[in-house]
Design a protein around this ligand. Structure first.
Ligand SMILES: *Cc1c(COP(=O)(O)O)cnc(C)c1O
Length: 495
């Protein structure tokens, strides 16, 4: 086999690159974007059967054939987050400027671990981080790093919080010595609606999920500040060592935002690291109209924000911001080949010391190109549009006899139940909605999520797409009704 044409920088390679990219674009437009339904409805076993030939054949079959196969087998059975009737998860339609950025960053393949692998990219990531710190009103000493998303940002924030606490409280250098004998007493607080990654991080940090204490929420599904104080008092009484408080700006199901100012007060009083998980809601910072909902976030010790959600960038793209950039010291290390301690090139930034990753994508280019292209006001328009649509959707659900709205939306997630007749119990409604959701997945005309609310299965729309209209939402609800009828409606479930 010849290597000619496989790599950039050769005449044939450059031409092949152009042709392959054009073909890839056509495949996306034909197989996904121009399709009417957001999903084909293919069941898992049918998909398994479609991949029946060898993944690693002895001889390759060439790029054109392979791309055609992938178009037919993969793209045709992918969900299309750009379809207005795709409204399940925090899976955004990627904006065109972000797709262009993704093409640039993958082709140039800069790696953000060391300056010598990504000179301009390193400097630009730092510039974008600075701009984000100002956007969130963090002080001058603030700093940050791009991450794979909220999971990694939350993990890294809690790692830094734990290690700072152990150094100050137990005079323990966790990086070198491991957890202190007192580790069993360490506790993280978050609300009952917080993302599961708070618990996951506790596990990964060697503290165990039981180290996470959930504080009750009030009727709006926001952390109850009085319950937080009571929880902290009870923990102290038992000799526990709470070190971090996680506030959520945009819970996954309801989009609710914890009372961040009150949480910041408690964190300051009790000496806790205040982390705000703004993976979802952080985008409100671009909006003059809704930015106030984040009041108190500027007091956080760390902030997680995702660009692959309400900032409309292709996966993956997140950032962790720190109020005091010096806190990166708790994870800094020196590798002789990347950022040697006694290097001759002082002043050269090697971002490996700020990340839990080594080789790292130049994801910062995506929000950079998006912000430069649209400006803050353009980004705000997108976010505001979806929040208005969510309000109208809530009204639509409220006025329908066969739907039950479960709480007013704060952002653009709306939780509801299909309830076609009076008198069915919550348990029956739960079974009915689970069945409707299964039917929806096979139907493919609309993508709606399911979730549990107070133990009962419910449906959820996350209306991230700024091109979705109220008519589209009406069509989604009609499809939900169709699916309810197709499975025999409430009768079937109640019988
Ligand atoms: C999405 C989300 C996460 C997880 O982030 P990933 O980007 O999926 O890793 C964590 N917290 C909240 C509030 C989220 O919305």
């Amino acid at each position: 086999m010849s290597v000619d044409g496989l790599f950039l920088g050769t005449d044939r390679g450059d031409a092949k690159y152009r042709a392959a990219m054009e073909r890839a674009i056509d495949a996306v437009l034909d197989a996904v974007a121009d399709r009417e339904e957001p999903y084909s409805g293919a069941a898992p076993d049918a998909l398994v059967e479609s991949f029946d030939d060898s993944v690693i054949p002895e001889e390759g079959c060439g790029l054109e054939t392979t791309l055609d196969e992938v178009t037919e087998r993969v793209l045709a059975h992918s969900v299309d987050p750009s379809n207005p009737r795709c409204g399940a998860h925090l899976q955004c339609p990627p904006m065109v400027p972000g797709l262009a950025a993704e093409a640039l960053l993958s082709a140039t393949n800069q790696s953000l671990d060391s300056f010598d692998q990504a000179p301009a990219a390193t400097v630009l990531e730092e510039r974008v981080v600075d701009a984000l710190c100002s956007l969130f009103d963090l002080p001058r000493e603030a700093d940050g790093v791009f991450t794979s998303g909220g999971t990694q940002s939350n993990f890294q924030a809690l790692l830094l919080a734990r290690d700072r606490y152990c150094a100050h409280q137990f005079d323990r250098d966790v990086q070198n010595e491991g957890l202190p004998p007192e580790a069993d007493s360490l506790r993280i607080l978050c609300s009952a609606e917080a993302h599961f990654t708070a618990k996951q991080a506790a596990h990964h940090l060697g503290l165990g999920e039981d180290a996470v204490v959930t504080v009750p929420t009030n009727g709006d599904r926001r952390m109850d500040p009085e319950a937080l104080e009571a929880t902290l008092a009870a923990l102290r009484e038992r000799g526990a060592a709470p070190f971090a408080l996680v506030g959520t700006a945009g819970t996954t199901d309801f989009g609710s935002i914890d009372p961040l100012d009150a949480l910041a007060d408690s964190a300051a009083e009790h000496g806790l690291w205040f982390h705000v998980d703004a993976a979802y809601g952080g985008a409100l910072a671009v909006s003059d109209k809704y930015g106030d909902l984040l009041k108190g976030l500027e007091r956080a010790d760390s902030v997680a924000v995702d660009f692959h959600k309400l900032f409309y960038q292709p996966i993956s793209c997140g950032a962790l911001l720190l109020r005091d950039g010096a806190a990166f010291q708790w994870m800094a290390r020196n590798a002789a080949y990347l950022n040697p301690e006694d290097h001759d090139d002082r002043g050269v930034p090697n971002l490996v010391s700020k990340s839990v990753q080594t080789t790292r994508r130049f994801d910062a280019l995506k929000p950079y190109i998006a912000f430069r292209t649209l400006g803050q006001s353009g980004m705000a328009t997108l976010v505001e549009r979806t929040l208005r649509l969510a309000d109208k959707t809530a009204k639509l659900l409220e006025s329908a006899d066969d739907f039950e709205l479960l709480g007013d939306p704060t952002l653009n997630a709306i939780v509801f139940r299909y309830r076609p007749c009076e008198g069915i119990t919550d348990e029956e409604a739960s079974r009915l909605n689970a069945a409707v959701r299964r039917e929806l997945l096979e139907d493919g005309r609309a993508i709606v999520a399911r979730t549990e609310v107070d133990g009962a299965t419910s449906l959820k729309l996350t209306l991230l797409n700024p091109t979705t209209t109220l008519e589209d939402v009406g069509a989604i609800l009609e499809i939900v009704r169709d699916c309810g009828t197709a499975i025999g409606g409430a009768q079937e479930v109640v019988a």
